[in-house]
Each structure stands twice: as structure tokens, then as C-alpha cells.
Write a protein that binds this ligand. Structure first.
Ligand SMILES: *[C@@H]1O[C@H](CO)[C@@H](O)[C@H](O)[C@H]1NC(C)=O
Ligand SMILES: *[C@@H]1O[C@H](CO)[C@@H](O)[C@H](O)[C@H]1NC(C)=O
Ligand SMILES: *[C@@H]1O[C@H](CO)[C@@H](O)[C@H](O)[C@H]1NC(C)=O
Ligand SMILES: *[C@@H]1O[C@H](CO)[C@@H](O)[C@H](O)[C@H]1NC(C)=O
Ligand SMILES: *[C@@H]1O[C@H](CO)[C@@H](O)[C@H](O)[C@H]1NC(C)=O
Ligand SMILES: *[C@@H]1O[C@H](CO)[C@@H](O)[C@H](O)[C@H]1NC(C)=O
Ligand SMILES: *[C@@H]1O[C@H](CO)[C@@H](O)[C@H](O)[C@H]1NC(C)=O
Length: 491
């Protein structure tokens, strides 16, 4: 692996062509930059489900479930739940297959819901972040080969499915490598949908189970687009082919204009940039959706802002940086409560071990590139709507439960962005803005809106909320899945 570029600029304006970096910090910025160029060819129109897939790509999955059973991951402590991992073909003709990792619930797996988690990027792996650094049952120690338990794993609340998508991300691949040049929101949603239909054939006991989709960051696109595709196809055959009940997205990219404005507002209100810079940004930048390239005055002001924030982890503004990326012979003392800022390097080492790949049933076709937290083979992104707010409105009309959460120390897709986006929807409030509690402390703030939309902040959490506030994140998902409001009483 080339060294992860964690310390360098998160905007990395010196990349001329759109090329995805190796971590979440870069992937999203590359897309934004490409979208904002005046000569951008990225399709920013509204997302609509493309066609009816039923019957076309659903294949028999007999005995594949047992074949996917993971006896034990290398270096894993003993656990009582079952794990599975393997490939699901999403397009036979192209030879396109998605890798999934599934951790059954720690208890009551027959009754708890099925929860899918997606990371964003675009191009970042749900195994790299969600499963191995955030809400999965294990975390990797600093030796890069042993695992320790996450006592706040979300499979205490659900049967938990992680998916690497689209093709080119992590272990997911296409034998038609030109597919990597056709990546974008639409193909991702289509393939994710076909994945789900086939996965449910392989795990038929989950077919009628309550189903929820969760994710963070650019999954603010993926999650609603997949939900929309499910609703569209359910309606087409007038049957709950997939029993979708709700979605939950965190620090999510949902509306370009407010996402951008809210980011600079956060920089200013957290004293990361000067008032002078902020005034210039407000005066010269026009964040209106689909506006053409920024003026020179605006670019100068935003460049000033970038210079000021480049030396911190903008995804968690108070977090320490990783100062030594080497693995250690003996694992350092590991803690779920205190996220090690070098975790990404441990996970990279672990996932690239041949014994780990064998145990996971991954990389069976011996891919010609290594496993990366964010894809290196996806070079272009063809379509990315400037807003997904219309999809959220559609879900309200369809009685889906929609939760939007925000770790309040993330500066990249911060709480201000999310609040501006929600304000744009002009929702009717059904409760007051109020603190919510966990173990006698304020876990964050919440407000419920008419039509089953809940907004919740998580106090002291960065972009990867379950990494930094694992107990609060678990409380959040339990209330979401349980259909209850966050706890309003301190005791
Ligand atoms: C757009 O312009 C930039 C320079 O501003 C150039 O590097 C890039 O190749 C152009 N992209 C397209 C799609 O023409
Ligand atoms: C991709 O090609 C390899 C090698 O021919 C083959 O084993 C594999 O099954 C193909 N994958 C898909 C999804 O068809
Ligand atoms: C911002 O851009 C939009 C779309 O290009 C335009 O309609 C609007 O007038 C602009 N606003 C300002 C303040 O320049
Ligand atoms: C980084 O950590 C490794 C392993 O613990 C150690 O051998 C090395 O000396 C450290 N490097 C620096 C610059 O501290
Ligand atoms: C797959 O295996 C090959 C051969 O062992 C290895 O070189 C490559 O890095 C692996 N790729 C991934 C994505 O795991
Ligand atoms: C809210 O969602 C629940 C299921 O999660 C549903 O029973 C209820 O009808 C929904 N309410 C509204 C107003 O849509
Ligand atoms: C709220 O918190 C209290 C104190 O921890 C707990 O006893 C109660 O069960 C919680 N209520 C809900 C709905 O989670």
C-alpha cells in the first residue's frame, strides 16, 4: 500500500482528473470538486428508479448460505452469534459480484430486524469502516492480526448486514473491468437492489423480516436511493417483496447547497476560520444548487478556509491524528471507548492477510489489486443528484420511518449542514427541540417532525459516529429500530 494520505489536504485540489483517494476524507472531496467544475459532465438530475428487475436477475441460491458460513475469523475472540461472508452475483453477463459480511444478532435473531449498513465515499468500503471500525462486532488490534470485541456492536439490536458496493470497492468486483468507469449513483442503487433480492433467496428466513437501511456520509445518497428502488418495485407488483420499514442516515450528504454552506458555517462557528474569511465566503460564494463554477473571489476565500483546517482531522475536529502508522509486534491495549486514530492502518493490514481473506470467502478470483478502504479502481462517477430531499419527502408519504442523525464534532458534513437541509424541507415540528439522555448524561439533542422524521445529534461524535460515541450510537439505533423516541428523562 502506498501510505494513506491522512495528513494531507482534505480537499486535495491538485488532482486534475476525478480520481478517488484511499480514504473517506478524499473520496467525497474529489466528487464535490468534480461536480462543481463548470465543465462537469456529472449528471445531477433527480434520481428515479430505472426499471422492474423482478425475475431477471434472481438466481437460485441453494446451499450457498452454509457455504458462506464463517467458522471463525483469524485472531477472533469466541462469540455466540453466527457469521457469514461471500459473494452474490449481481450481473451474470458482466461477471459482477458483490461481497457481503453478515453478523447475526447476539440474541433473539429470529425476531430482531434485518439491518443493512452502507458506507459512502463514493467508493468506500462498509467492511473497512462500518464493520471493522464502527458498529461491527469486532475491531482490529494494533498488531493487524488479532481482534477484540465491540460491546456496543449493533448486532445487539439487529441482524447486521454489511455490503461492499459498487463493483470495485473492497472485495466487490466486475470481470468486465470497463464497469469501473461506469460507476455512479444509479448503477449502485440498481446493483444494491439486485444484491438484496438474491441475498434474501440465500437467507430466505429474512424475507418477511422487518428491514431497515442505515449508513453515513455519501450513503446519504445510497440509502435513500436504494429505499426508493425498493418502494418502486414493491408498488409495481403490489407486494412487499422487500419489507422495508425505515432508513437512518448519519452526517449524510443530502443536499449540495446546504451541505456546503453548513460546512463553512461550522468552520466559522467553531473558530477554525476567521470572521474575515467567513464574511468573504458569504459575500462571494453562491451555493445555490447547480450554480456554475465558483467565482475567483469565492475560490480565494474557500482556499483560505482550507489552509486553516488542513492540519486537523476535519471529520472529528477534536480528535488526535495518527502519528505512527506502523503495526506493533505486540498489540497495544485496545479500547472501544477511545478510538485509536491509526485503526484504519490496522484494518488495512488485517483485510489484506491471505488467511483472513480465506476465512471471509473473499477474493476468490484473485483480484489484481489489493483491498483498499476506499477504491482505487473506480476513477469516475457518472451521476450524483444535487439533492435527495425529494426522496425523503416520498418516504414520509409512504409511511417509512426516517431518522437523520449527526455527530456534532464532524466538520465535513456537519450538524449545521444537516439542520439547513432539514429546514429546507419545511417540516412541521411535533416535539420541541430537547436533550436526550443515556446513563444520566445528555447524549445529544433531538426533534421529531410530522411524518415520522426524527432528527438527533450525538454529542461528542465525529463523522463516524459509532467509532467515537459507541454507547450513544447503540442507544440511537435501539430506539430507531424499536420505534421509540430517544430517552427524555435523565433518570
Ligand atoms: C475540465 O476542466 C479541467 C481544468 O479546469 C480539466 O482538467 C478537466 O479535464 C476538464 N474536464 C472535462 C470533463 O472536460
Ligand atoms: C469472474 O471470472 C472468474 C474467472 O473466470 C470466475 O471464476 C468468476 O466466477 C467470475 N465472476 C462472476 C461473477 O461471474
Ligand atoms: C446564485 O446562482 C443562482 C443559479 O445560478 C442564481 O439564480 C442566483 O441569482 C445566484 N445568486 C446570487 C446572490 O448571485
Ligand atoms: C513507530 O512504531 C513502530 C512500532 O511500534 C516503532 O518500531 C517505530 O520506531 C515507530 N516510529 C516512530 C517514528 O516513532
Ligand atoms: C486478492 O488476492 C491476490 C493474490 O493473492 C492479491 O494480490 C490481491 O491483493 C488480493 N486483492 C484483494 C482485493 O483482496
Ligand atoms: C410511522 O411509522 C410507523 C411504523 O414505523 C407507522 O405504523 C405509522 O403509521 C407511521 N406514522 C405516520 C404518520 O406515517
Ligand atoms: C430511560 O432511561 C432510564 C434510566 O436509564 C431507563 O430506566 C428507562 O428505561 C429509559 N427509557 C427508555 C424508553 O429507554
Amino acid at each position: 500500500m502506498e501510505k494513506l494520505l491522512l495528513f494531507i489536504t482534505f480537499f486535495s485540489s491538485y488532482f486534475t482528473a476525478l480520481s478517488f483517494g484511499k480514504n473517506q476524507i478524499e473520496a467525497l472531496s474529489h466528487l464535490y470538486e468534480a461536480k462543481l467544475r463548470s465543465n462537469s459532465t456529472i449528471d445531477k438530475s433527480h434520481f428515479i428508479a430505472s426499471h422492474n428487475f423482478l425475475g431477471t436477475e434472481v438466481n437460485p441460491q441453494n446451499e450457498m448460505k452454509e457455504r458462506d458460513r464463517i467458522e471463525k475469523l483469524p485472531g477472533q475472540p469466541p462469540v455466540r452469534f453466527k457469521q457469514y461472508g461471500g459473494y452474490v452475483t449481481v450481473n451474470q453477463k458482466a461477471g459482477r459480484a458483490f461481497y457481503y459480511y453478515f453478523a447475526e444478532a447476539q440474541h433473539s435473531k429470529e425476531s430482531l430486524p434485518l439491518l443493512l449498513w452502507l458506507n459512502g465515499g463514493p467508493g468506500c468500503s462498509s467492511l473497512a469502516y462500518g464493520a471493522m471500525q464502527e458498529l461491527g462486532p469486532f475491531r482490529v488490534k494494533s498488531d493487524g492480526k488479532t481482534l477484540f470485541k465491540n460491546k456496543y456492536a449493533w448486532n445487539y439490536a439487529a441482524n447486521l448486514l454489511f455490503l461492499e458496493s459498487p463493483a470495485g470497492v473492497g472485495f466487490s468486483y466486475s470481470n468486465t473491468t470497463s464497469d469501473y468507469e461506469k460507476s455512479g449513483d444509479r448503477i449502485t442503487a440498481n446493483d444494491n437492489y439486485i444484491f438484496l433480492l438474491n441475498w434474501l433467496e440465500r437467507f430466505p428466513e429474512y424475507k418477511n423480516r422487518d428491514f431497515y437501511i442505515s449508513g453515513e456520509s455519501y450513503a446519504g445518497h445510497y440509502v435513500p436511493q436504494l429505499a426508493h428502488t425498493i418502494l418502486y418495485n414493491n408498488k409495481k407488483v403490489n407486494k412487499n417483496v422487500i419489507n422495508l420499514k425505515g432508513i437512518i442516515i448519519g452526517n449524510a450528504v443530502i443536499n449540495d447547497e446546504t451541505d456546503r454552506r453548513g460546512m463553512y458555517d461550522y468552520f466559522a462557528s467553531h473558530a477554525l476560520i476567521s470572521d474575515g474569511t467567513w464574511n468573504k465566503i458569504q459575500k462571494y460564494c453562491n451555493f445555490t444548487a447547480d450554480s456554475s463554477e465558483d467565482s475567483d473571489e469565492c475560490t480565494d476565500a474557500t482556499t483560505e478556509a482550507k489552509r486553516n483546517v488542513n492540519s486537523i482531522d476535519i471529520y472529528n475536529i477534536y480528535a488526535p491524528l495518527c502519528s505512527n502508522t506502523s503495526l506493533t509486534d505486540k498489540p497495544k491495549k485496545a479500547s472501544i471507548e477511545n478510538m485509536d486514530p491509526c485503526s484504519e492502518y490496522y484494518v488495512y493490514a488485517y483485510m489484506n492477510r491471505p488467511d483472513v481473506q480465506e476465512a471471509l470467502h473473499a477474493n476468490v478470483t484473485k483480484l489484481d489489486h489489493d483491498w483498499e478502504p476506499c477504491s482505487d479502481v473506480i476513477k469516475d462517477w457518472g451521476d450524483s443528484p444535487s439533492t435527495i430531499l425529494p426522496l425523503l419527502r416520498e418516504f414520509m408519504a409512504n409511511r417509512l420511518r426516517v431518522w437523520i442523525f449527526s455527530g456534532d464534532t464532524d466538520g465535513r458534513v456537519p450538524v449545521t449542514s444537516t439542520k439547513y437541509s432539514i429546514n429546507k424541507m419545511k417540516l412541521e415540528e411535533t416535539t420541541m427541540w430537547r436533550p436526550w439522555f443515556l446513563s444520566g448524561e445528555v447524549g445529544g439533542y433531538t426533534q421529531v417532525y410530522k411524518g415520522n422524521i426524527t432528527f438527533a445529534t450525538i454529542r461528542g461524535a465525529g463523522h463516524q459516529v459509532p467509532s467515537y460515541q459507541p454507547a450513544r450510537a447503540l442507544s440511537l439505533i435501539k430506539h430507531f429500530l424499536g420505534g421509540t423516541d430517544l430517552n427524555s428523562s435523565r433518570q
